[in-house]
Write a protein that binds this ligand. Structure first.
Ligand SMILES: Cc1cc(=O)oc2cc(OS(=O)(=O)O)ccc12
Length: 843
C-alpha cells in the first residue's frame, strides 16, 4: 500500500520566515494545506506543514477600519491533522517476555493482543532497550535511549548527557508533535520518564506528561507501584481513590478513566483525532491481580509441569503459530545459573506455582482491561480509523524477584532474599493481595523469554530486547492476521505514526531546533506486497548497565553477560568497554543466537565491534557504566542535595523518595514540638515508606512511637511507656549510624551502607526508649510511598498499629529533621583504596 501523506511530503522546504505556517499565499514551499470551510469563518480548519511548532500565528485575513461595522472579522482556521490521519492508540505492557502472551506462543490468555494480531499484523523481530524508562524514552521520542538522556532508569541516573534522565527540549515527544498538529493527547498509566529528582509537587513539570505535549495524564510516576494503593496522579495532583474502597484496583480504574476520557472527547468533538498512550503497570511487580482473576487462571493449571516443560510447550506453540521459523533452535537452559524443576522440593514447587499463577493472572487481567479500552474505541465507531500499536512488554521478563521469588520487591532491591518456608507460611494465601509487593522466581521469567536466552536488563541477548508487537488499522492494513519478520525497534514507532498521520517531524519546537529522529518508519510493512521486503532498519546498538551489542543487517555481535541481572548487589565489571567477551551471531540463519561464530569470522567481529563504538559515540552511550547499587544511591541534583536541616510546620503529604530527605546510611535526629489536647492525641507526625519498608514517628493511644519497618520482615520499635499528658511536649528521636556511609561506593565498596546504629527516643528531654538496629535498609525505601507529615498516605508502616491516613489529632507546631551524613576520614580512604586494589571486580 502507498502511504499517502496528504499535504506534506519529505521534499517540502520550510515556509518563508514570518509567514503563517498554513497560509498558502505566503509560504514559499510546495506544501499545500488542506483547508476545509471558508478561511476566516469560524468553521474553517487547516493542516499545517508542521515544521515549526507551535505553528506560527496565521496572518489576519479580514479588514480593519475604524468601526467594526465597516470591518471584516476573520478567524484563524483551527489546526487539524490531515484528513486521513488515524486515531492512534499506543499500548505497551510492562516486563513481558516474548513467550508469555498467547499471541506469541505463550500459555497465558491475552485475547486483546490476539485480537489486534488477528485484525492486523504480528511482528516477530521488534525490539526494546531491555529496560523500562529507556524503552519508554525511546518510544515517545523516536530517538535512542541514550540520545534521550535515558541510558538507564531515572533511579540510577548520573550526571552524563546519556544518563541524566532528562529528555532535552530538542527532542519533542510524539505527544507534543501530534498535539500541535491538532490531536487530542492523553497518557494513562506508568510514567517512568520523570526524573526522580523532579517528581515532587514543586515541579518543575516540564518532564511530566503535561509538559511533554500530553493534554491529560492519569497514572503513576516511577518504576512501579501497588495496584491497590498506588502513588496516583491526575495531571500533577496526587489522588487517593482507593481510600475506603478496598476492591479498587488501578488496572481496572485506569481502563475506566481512559474509556471515560475517550468518550468525553467523542461527545464534545467527535472529529478531533486522539493519540492515547496507554501503558499500564501490568505486569511489572507487584503482581496485583484481583482474587477473581487469580482463581480463574489458577483453575487452568497452566504451570503444574514446571518451568522446563513450560519452555518446550511455548517453543512448540511458537513454531505452530509461525512466530519463529521452523528451523529455529531452542536456547539451552542455563544449568550453571538456574535450577531444574525436577531438583525442587515439594514446598518449593508449591510456592513457585502460586507465584507464577498470580503473575499469569496479572497478565491476563491487564490484557483484559486493555481489551475494554479497544472495545470502547469500537463502540464509538472509530476502530476502522484507529491505528493500534500494542507492544507486549517494554523489555523481557523481569528477574528482579530473586531465585526464589519474593513477597516484597522492596526486599529484593535491597539485596534481601526471603526464605521459601517463610514465604509459604506468611504470604502464600495472600499472594497478589495488598499484603504483598510480589514477584515470581527468576526461572519463570527466563522461561517467559522462550525461545531466547536471558531476560530484562540484558541488552545483548534477545530475551532482554525482543518483544511481541501487534498492529492493526482496519481502514488501511488489509493483510489481517499477517506476520512480519522485519527487524525494527521502539525508536521506529514515532516515525511510523508520523508517516501514517501524514505529519512532518518538526524542525523547531518552541524555537528550539530539533535533533533528527533516529528511527525509521515501519509503515511500509503494512502493505501485503511488502510482507517480505527487506527491513529498512539496518543498524541498531544495544546497551544497558555495561552489557552491550550491535545489530547490523542480520548480524549481531553481543557481549557475554557478566552480571546475572538478578544480582542487584553483586560483582560489577569495572571496565565494560574492554573487559568483555564477544559473541557473533548470524541472525538470518540462527534466529535465537544459538550458534556463536565469532571464532569463524574474526574480521566480521572486529568490524561489528568498531561499529558499536561508532554508534555509541554518535548516541552519547559513553561512558559505559556497569554499576547498579552504586548508581542507585548516587547523589542527584534533587531539592534536598546539600541540605542537612529541614523544618516543617504544616501538614504535607506526597513527597516522593527522590525529592525528600532520605534517612538511610546516615545519622539523624527528629524533633517534634507538639500540643496534646485535653482528650489526648493520636496519629502520624512523620513517615516515609509503608507496609513494605520505611519508618514512622507517631502517637499511638497517646504514646510516642518510632518504628522502623525493615522490608516487612522485622519491625523495630521505640515506644514511650506513658500516654502524653495534655499540653506542650517535645518528642525526639536520635539515631547514630555506625557505618562509613555512601562514600564507600565511590571505591566500589558496599561496606558503608546498611550498617547498624542506635536509636534513642526522648520525651521532653528524657530518654524513654533505646534500641539498636543490627542492620539498616541499605539502598532504597518503598519507592511508591511518600514522605508525609501529619498523616500517612498509601499503606501503614505497621498494620497492627493503625490504618491510613491516621491524621494527627493534636497540634504539630514544628518538626525539625537534621541529617548527619558520614564523611570518610583519610584513614578510611586509605583502607578503601587498598581494598579496591585487592578486589577489582566487586562492587
Ligand atoms: C526502585 C527501583 C530501583 C532500581 O534500581 O530499579 C528499579 C527497576 C524497576 O523496574 S523498571 O521500572 O522496569 O526498570 C522498578 C523499580 C526500581
Amino acid at each position: 500500500m502507498v502511504m499517502t501523506s496528504p499535504g506534506w511530503s519529505q521534499d517540502d522546504s520550510p515556509p518563508a520566515a514570518g509567514s503563517g505556517g498554513s497560509n498558502a499565499g505566503t509560504a514559499k514551499s510546495a506544501f499545500v494545506p488542506q483547508v476545509i470551510g471558508e478561511l476566516g469563518s469560524p468553521a474553517a480548519t487547516t493542516t499545517i506543514d508542521g515544521k515549526q511548532l507551535p505553528a506560527p500565528a496565521e496572518k489576519f485575513g479580514g479588514k480593519i477600519k475604524d468601526n467594526a461595522a465597516q470591518s471584516k472579522a476573520w478567524w484563524a482556521p483551527r489546526i487539524v491533522p490531515p484528513k486521513e490521519a488515524p486515531n492512534v492508540l499506543l499500548i505497551m505492557t510492562d516486563d513481558v517476555g516474548f513467550g508469555a502472551p498467547s499471541t506469541f506462543g505463550g500459555v497465558i490468555p491475552t485475547p486483546a493482543l490476539d485480537r489486534i494480531g488477528k485484525a492486523g499484523l504480528r511482528y516477530t523481530q521488534f525490539h526494546s532497550t531491555s529496560l523500562c524508562s529507556p524503552t519508554r524514552a525511546a518510544l515517545i521520542t523516536g530517538r535512542n535511549h541514550h540520545s534521550a538522556g535515558f541510558g538507564v532508569i531515572s533511579e540510577q541516573s548520573t550526571g552524563f548527557p546519556g544518563y541524566n534522565s532528562i529528555i532535552e527540549k530538542d527532542k519533542a515527544t510524539i505527544g507534543r508533535i501530534l498535539k500541535d498538529n491538532g490531536y487530542s493527547t492523553s497518557w494513562f498509566g506508568k510514567d517512568h520518564n520523570v526524573p526522580t529528582f523532579q517528581a515532587s509537587q514543586v515541579g518543575p513539570f516540564d518532564q511530566w506528561p503535561i509538559g511533554m505535549g500530553f493534554d491529560y495524564f492519569y497514572g503513576f510516576v516511577g518504576g512501579d507501584t501497588s495496584q491497590w494503593q498506588p502513588n496516583l496522579y491526575r495531571q500533577t495532583t496526587p489522588i487517593y481513590p482507593y481510600v475506603d474502597n478496598p476492591e479498587w484496583n488501578l488496572t481496572t480504574a485506569q481502563a475506566d478513566d481512559a474509556i471515560a476520557k475517550l468518550n468525553q472527547l467523542n461527545q464534545i468533538d467527535p472529529t478531533k483525532p486522539f493519540f492515547c498512550y496507554y501503558v499500564p503497570g501490568g505486569t511489572h511487580a507487584p503482581h496485583h491481580a484481583t482474587p477473581e482473576w487469580i482463581k480463574k487462571i489458577s483453575d487452568m493449571h497452566l504451570f503444574d509441569e514446571g518451568w522446563n516443560e513450560l519452555r518446550k510447550t511455548i517453543f512448540a506453540n511458537q513454531k505452530k503459530l509461525g512466530v519463529i521459523p521452523a528451523d529455529a533452535k531452542l536456547t539451552p537452559w542455563p544449568d550453571d545459573l538456574l535450577k531444574h524443576w525436577d531438583e525442587l522440593t515439594a514446598d518449593e514447587k508449591k510456592l513457585f506455582i502460586r507465584q507464577v499463577e498470580v503473575y499469569a493472572a496479572y497478565l491476563a487481567y491487564t490484557d483484559h482491561e486493555i481489551g475494554r479500552v479497544i472495545q470502547a474505541v469500537e463502540d464509538m465507531g472509530k476502530l476502522d480509523d484507529t491505528l493500534i500499536i500494542y507492544i507486549s512488554g517494554d523489555n523481557g521478563g523481569s528477574v528482579e524477584g530473586t531465585q526464589v521469588g519474593t513477597p516484597n520487591e522492596v526486599a529484593a532491591f535491597n539485596g534481601v532474599e526471603v526464605p521459601v518456608e517463610l514465604q509459604l507460611e506468611k504470604f502464600y494465601d495472600v499472594w497478589g493481595s495488598d499484603k504483598t509487593y510480589n514477584h515470581m522466581a527468576v526461572p519463570w521469567s527466563w522461561s517467559f523469554c522462550t525461545p531466547y536466552s536471558w531476560t530484562k536488563q540484558v541488552a545483548s541477548h534477545l530475551g532482554g530486547v525482543r518483544q511481541g508487537m501487534c498492529v492493526s488499522w482496519p481502514a488501511k492494513i488489509k493483510d489481517a492476521g499477517g506476520i512480519r519478520h522485519q527487524f525494527h525497534h521502539v525508536i521506529d514507532v514515532v516515525p511510523t505514526i508520523l508517516e501514517t498521520a501524514g505529519i512532518a517531524a518538526p524542525e523547531e519546537v518552541d524555537g528550539i531546533p530539533q535533533k533528527p529522529i533516529e528511527g525509521v518508519s515501519f509503515a511500509y510493512t503494512f502493505d501485503e506486497s511488502n510482507a517480505n521486503a527487506p527491513s529498512t532498519h539496518k543498524t541498531q546498538y544495544f546497551e544497558m548497565m555495561g552489557d552491550h551489542a550491535i545489530y547490523h543487517e542480520g548480524w549481531m555481535a553481543s557481549t557475554k553477560v557478566v552480571r546475572p541481572p538478578w544480582e542487584i548487589v553483586g560483582a560489577v565489571n569495572q571496565d565494560p568497554v574492554n573487559n568483555v567477551t564477544w559473541e557473533l551471531f548470524d541472525l538470518t540463519k540462527d534466529w535465537t543466537q544459538s550458534n556463536d561464530i565469532a571464532a569463524e569470522h574474526p574480521e566480521k567481529l572486529e568490524e561489528m565491534k568498531a561499529l558499536f563504538l561508532e554508534e555509541a559515540r554518535k548516541y552519547q552511550v559513553l561512558p559505559l557504566d556497569a554499576t547498579v547499587a552504586t548508581r542507585l544511591v548516587a547523589p542527584r541534583p534533587n531539592i534536598t542535595a546539600g541540605r542537612t536541616e529541614f523544618t516543617y510546620t504544616q501538614p504535607m503529604t506526597g513527597v516522593p523518595q527522590g525529592d525528600s530527605p532520605v534517612l538511610i546510611n546516615c545519622s539523624y535526629s527528629i524533633t517534634a514540638d507538639i500540643e496534646v489536647p485535653e482528650n489526648g492525641a493520636d496519629g502520624m507526625l512523620l513517615t516515609s515508606g509503608g507496609r513494605f519498608g520505611g519508618y514512622g514517628f507517631y502517637l499511638l493511644k497517646g504514646k510516642p512511637v518510632f518504628l522502623w519497618n525493615l522490608v516487612d520482615l522485622k519491625r523495630q520499635r521505640w515506644e514511650g511507656p506513658d500516654a502524653l499528658a495534655p499540653g506542650k511536649h517535645v518528642l525526639e528521636f536520635e539515631f547514630t549510624y555506625d557505618g562509613m556511609g555512601m562514600g564507600t561506593l565511590a571505591f566500589n565498596n558496599l561496606s558503608g551502607i546498611g550498617q547498624s546504629g542506635i536509636g534513642v527516643l526522648k520525651v521532653d528531654g528524657k530518654e524513654v526508649a533505646t534500641g539498636k538496629l543490627p542492620h539498616t535498609i541499605p539502598l532504597i525505601l518503598q519507592w511508591d510511598e511518600t514522605f508525609d507529615i501529619g498523616s500517612d498516605t498509601g499503606t501503614p508502616v505497621d498494620d497492627k498499629d493503625y490504618k491510613t491516613p491516621f491524621a494527627f489529632t493534636g497540634k504539630l507546631n514544628k518538626l525539625t529533621l537534621e541529617l548527619q551524613r558520614p564523611n570518610l576520614s583519610p584513614a578510611d580512604i586509605r583502607k578503601l583504596e587498598a581494598a579496591q586494589r585487592n578486589n577489582k571486580a566487586s562492587e
